[in-house]
Design a binder for this molecule. Structure first.
Ligand code: ARG
Length: 588
């Protein structure tokens, strides 16, 4: 469905042309003075130079051709040459009604369907999921949904950190504690037990312990590095242990992501890319892309236009070990071989930007990725505490995601209980839903690249620009619509009517913007545009709600129009929060 503003622009263009001016001047935008008008066109000012004529005269000429407009009313030429306008009532209501009747609220699929791999999540196996991984999951999930809404095929890959030093640390510590297990016996040729010799709770304790211990004890660290090396080189017992660590850890990660309403199509990781490394390295050498630099194998990626130093991509260390660059390049080889994506989008901490600049350049330059495959990096900022420093526990440690979620749910449970609108059996589930909205909206309402302050009091408030406020608005609308149906009303026979009051008109106008907002969020890969919009929409609804009797309205026609409008607003809000990755309860 065409955007509302495009209809206006079409009419404006026709009027410019009828008046003898070039149609390209007829750009229509939302008004920046909503007190004066709803939309505006500044084209007469631009045309003045071309036609050597006063802008106000041009605006006047154009106006004479807008008298019979279908979509515009109250069109005025204002000094020095603005054209101010409002949307015609009937046009607005029929546009809103058409949105309501269209699939996806009139949002169309992209002209070209793309296959997109989204690399987000990025959890590290054997280490607890911490708040640093929260943003990748929350932002990535929302982008995935937005891209699918626009008709693309999106493959979400969690891309686990499952091949690093942490594995060596865990193996070393396990050996210290249980030296007699067959995994450590190099002579052992039998079958290893099917069950892991540890639980997730053990793992959660072992990793931080071993990591801290290695920092203080050089020979322990050496052992862990050796174990990492041997694991990566195929030592049988270590591989078997690694599988156990993977299984136990992934089961737990899945639960954590599920609690966040975040899902992945692929549970692949760095380890899956390893088999692609030898051939890739061979190719880089053979084609002359890679050269030795102080014993290390590197690929230069600097470009003439660089304003700062971009160091080479590191392929192999002098001891032959692969690095982070290597793994990400090999993952691109793998993705190309298995999926031939049109685009790969990475949602990763913006502090890793340089790494991705290097990897992208290297992949393009060496043909690992075809010329026309798009590689996109969405770098997000840090989640800080109220002190402005990276978010920590009260004790000053790294905050676990599961603890953070527990804290939010407790806070929400209390509020829900105070409200007393939800039955006690339902309260816990409701608190979880509202808590998730608080968490996700608090994150997504900020531009992703910016740092933001995690403020539980603010995020969990039922007032202001928060997730709970949006949910509260949805619940309120749903309750009106339910009552209407309970009293025998039929939503299907209602339709949006020309607005009767300013607040109804403002709500309708806001609703009609959805198509444009969604496309902007999609084009800029910016969920915060959706947040900003639904906050405005919720405010418009609440103003309308306070100014009008809805179910109590005596004029049946009018009431049906209200109900249809509410139905539209509810669908927009519910669709939007689904795109943000959370949902609304029935009551709260
Ligand atoms: N595991 C990494 C970390 O915790 C993030 C991975 C991001 N994705 C990637 N393809 N490098 O920092």
């Amino acid at each position: 469905m065409k955007k509302l503003v495009d209809f206006l622009e079409e009419e404006m263009k026709a009027a410019f042309e009828k008046a003898g001016y070039d149609g390209s001047f007829a750009k229509v935008t939302l008004s920046n003075r909503p007190d004066l008008c709803e939309y505006q066109c500044n084209g007469a000012m631009a045309a003045a130079k071309t036609y050597h004529k006063a802008p106000i005269m041009i605006a006047g000429d154009v106006l004479t051709h807008l008298q019979e407009s279908e979509a515009l009313e109250d069109v005025q030429a204002v000094n020095p040459g603005f054209i101010n306008m409002k949307v015609k009532k009937e046009f607005l209501s029929s546009y809103a009604e058409e949105m309501r009747k269209s699939g996806q609220l009139g949002v169309e699929h992209a002209a070209q369907k793309k296959r997109i791999i989204m690399d987000f999540g990025g959890a590290n196996v054997a280490k607890p999921l911490h708040v640093g991984h929260l943003r990748s999951a929350v932002i990535g999930e929302s982008l995935k949904r937005i891209l699918r809404f626009k008709g693309h095929e999106v493959i979400g890959d969690v891309h686990l950190g499952d091949w690093g030093y942490q594995m060596g640390l865990v193996i070393t510590e396990l050996q210290k504690r249980n030296p007699d297990l067959p995994y450590f016996d190099e002579q052992f040729t039998g079958e290893y037990p099917e069950e892991a010799p540890f639980t997730i709770n053990d793992l959660e304790e072992i990793y931080p312990y071993a990591s801290a211990y290695a920092k203080e004890h050089e020979e322990y660290k050496e052992e862990a590095l050796k174990a990492t090396f041997e694991l990566q080189n195929g030592r049988r017992g270590y591989r078997a242990l690694w599988k156990h660590i993977m299984n136990v850890s992934i089961a737990d990660l899945k639960k954590n992501y599920e609690n966040l309403n975040v899902t992945f199509d692929l549970w692949k990781g760095e380890a899956d890319a390893q088999p692609y490394i030898p051939d890739m390295v061979e190719m880089l050498k053979e084609k002359g892309f890679a050269h030795l630099d102080q014993g290390a194998l590197v690929v230069d990626v600097k470009e003439e236009t660089d304003t700062k130093e971009i160091p080479p991509c590191m392929i192999l260390k002098s001891d032959g070990a692969a690095l982070y660059d290597t793994t990400d390049l090999a993952t691109l080889v793998e993705r190309e071989e298995l999926y031939q994506p049109d685009e790969v989008i990475y949602v990763v901490d913006k502090r890793q930007e340089l790494h991705f600049v290097q990897v992208f350049r290297c992949a393009k330059k060496t043909g690992i990725v075809p010329e026309d495959t798009k590689l996109t990096f969405i770098g997000f900022g840090t989640m800080n505490g109220k002190d402005g420093k990276p978010f920590k526990t009260r004790a000053g440690g790294v905050m676990r995601l599961s603890d953070l979620i527990r804290e939010i749910n407790e806070e929400m449970s209390q509020k829900i209980a105070e409200n007393r609108t939800v039955a006690p059996e339902e309260a816990e589930k409701t608190a979880q839903m509202v808590g998730l909205a608080a968490l996700k909206y608090g994150d997504l309402s900020n531009q992703a690249s910016k740092d933001y302050v995690f403020d539980l009091d603010k995020f969990s408030s039922f007032e202001g620009n928060t997730g709970p406020y949006i949910l509260y608005t949805i619940v309120r609308i749903k309750s009106i619509l339910n009552k209407y149906a309970e009293n025998g009303g039929n939503l299907d026979t209602c339709s949006v009517k020309a607005p009767h009051s300013d607040s109804e008109r403002a709500l309708m106008l806001e609703a009609a913007k959805f198509t444009a907002v969604l496309d902007q969020a999609y084009e800029e890969l910016a969920p915060h545009k959706i947040c900003g919009y639904i906050y405005d929409l919720a405010n418009s609804f609440n103003r309308f709600y306070h100014d009008n009797r809805i179910l109590g309205e005596e004029d049946e026609e009018k009431k049906q129009g209200y109900i249809a409008l509410l139905d539209l607003v509810r669908t927009i809000l519910e669709t939007s929060i689904d795109l943000l990755g959370f949902e609304a309860p029935e009551r709260m």
